[in-house]
Design a protein around this ligand. Structure first.
Ligand SMILES: Cc1cc2nc3c(=O)[nH]c(=O)nc-3n(C[C@H](O)[C@H](O)[C@H](O)COP(=O)(O)O)c2cc1C
Length: 305
């Protein structure tokens, strides 16, 4: 008999602990198809910004065997179209939706949050990992614990009835500080990690960088050790639940992420290799491993490290 693995996250029930991540499947038809897989518990939408964004020069994504390098440049249709798309998507699935938003200035976040809240997603995820144009160095909001806290409290002032998730970057000296400050500011949950880097790949024959924008964020299997460490650091620092992600490709990876402290587990780059059915594969591997290892409930292993 298979154990069910249903998971509650901020009071919302997920049929499985596996969710898709922001930026990999971006259109409604893709997400509608994705939501039909029994292994997937929820969907995260592409980060929406105030204005539409074309993104960076192509190629925007490249594989290097152990993972991927991308600099899509937050290509998205802008918040107004994203709200309409979210309303459409919600008509096609009852699975919880995590709506991602991204601001280039702090004050954009409450505006974006209020707009996306109108489409009634189950969660709003603040992608705090893009460069903040208010900062002279263009550092991501999430690289500064206090700015991250302000971002959360400004959003919490305007959105009261939808749980807010802060998505953190691993590219900081101490992710625990950022996690602590966003929890103090009232965040409902934390997701981690966004891509690692930036990194660069070189096209040896053509003597140039592979990506059109030279550098990009690293994702996929190569970043799993960084992701597990970050999630474990966060788990040991805060009480709010964690959506853990970074390099998850197998059921064993997902259970390790839960051992590090995650409640939900995100799957992104693995879709490139395994297709959308990768969610069913990971889910059945989790069930088999739980049976083999006599893990009757995920609570028993959560944060065990
Ligand atoms: C092509 C691509 C686009 C992405 N776009 C976004 C995005 O719009 N917003 C965001 O918060 N994260 C974005 N990410 C980061 C992922 O959501 C995820 O945090 C990261 O890739 C680690 O998970 P993975 O190793 O399973 O892919 C993107 C990643 C990739 C590969």
């Amino acid at each position: 008999m298979n154990i069910h693995l249903k998971t509650k996250f901020c009071g919302v029930l997920f049929s499985t602990p596996l969710v898709s991540l922001s930026g990999i499947v971006v259109d409604i038809s893709g997400n509608t198809r994705l939501a039909k897989f029994k292994g997937i518990g929820g969907i995260t939408t592409k980060s929406a910004s105030i204005l539409p964004r074309e993104g960076h020069p192509i190629p925007r994504i490249a594989s290097f065997g152990a993972g991927y390098l991308n600099n899509v440049g937050l290509r998205n249709p802008g918040i107004d179209k994203s709200v309409k798309e979210l309303i459409e998507l919600k008509k096609t699935t009852k699975k919880p939706i995590i709506a991602s938003i991204v601001g280039f200035q702090l004050q954009e976040l409450p505006i974006l949050a209020q707009k996306i809240a109108a489409a009634k997603p189950e969660f709003i995820e603040l992608n705090l990992s893009c460069p903040n144009v208010d900062d002279e160095a263009g550092k991501p909001i999430a690289s500064d614990p206090l700015l991250s806290a302000i971002a959360v409290s400004e959003v919490k002032k305007v959105v009261k009835n939808i749980p807010i998730i802060a998505k953190l970057t691993p590219n900081v000296v101490d992710i625990k500080k950022v996690a602590y400050e966003v929890e103090e500011a009232g965040v409902d949950a934390i997701s981690a990690i966004n891509t690692v880097g930036p990194g660069m790949l070189i096209d040896f024959k053509r003597r140039r960088a592979v990506l059109g924008s030279r550098v990009g964020g690293v994702s996929g299997a190569a970043i799993k050790p960084v992701a597990l460490r970050c999630v474990n650091d966060i788990y040991k620092t805060v009480k709010v639940p964690i959506l853990g992600m970074g390099g998850i490709e197998t059921g064993r990876d997902a259970l390790e992420m839960i051992m590090a402290g995650a409640t939900l587990v995100g799957v992104g780059s693995a879709i490139y290799k395994g297709g959308q059915q990768v969610f069913d594969k990971i889910f059945s591997e989790m069930q088999e491993l739980c049976q083999e290892e006599k893990i009757g409930s995920l609570k028993k292993i959560r944060g065990i490290i």
